[in-house]
Write a protein that binds this ligand. Sequence first.
Ligand SMILES: [Zn+2]
Length: 60
Amino acid sequence: MACEKAGRVTPATIVDHVLALAEGGADDDGNRQALCKRHHDAKSAAEAARGRARRRLQRS
Ligand SMILES: [Zn+2]
């Protein structure tokens, strides 16, 4: 299966949650996509940054 990011032919090697579980996403097939490591790492970094921002807001 190829990565689902448009225009890419990189093989998908990771099952990603479209909406992160930490952000309320469901753990089912409707919320899963196949991504290559590069896109998954970038997406995970963005999710981690949002998570840190949320925690900062909750403390203040
Ligand atoms: Zn990709």
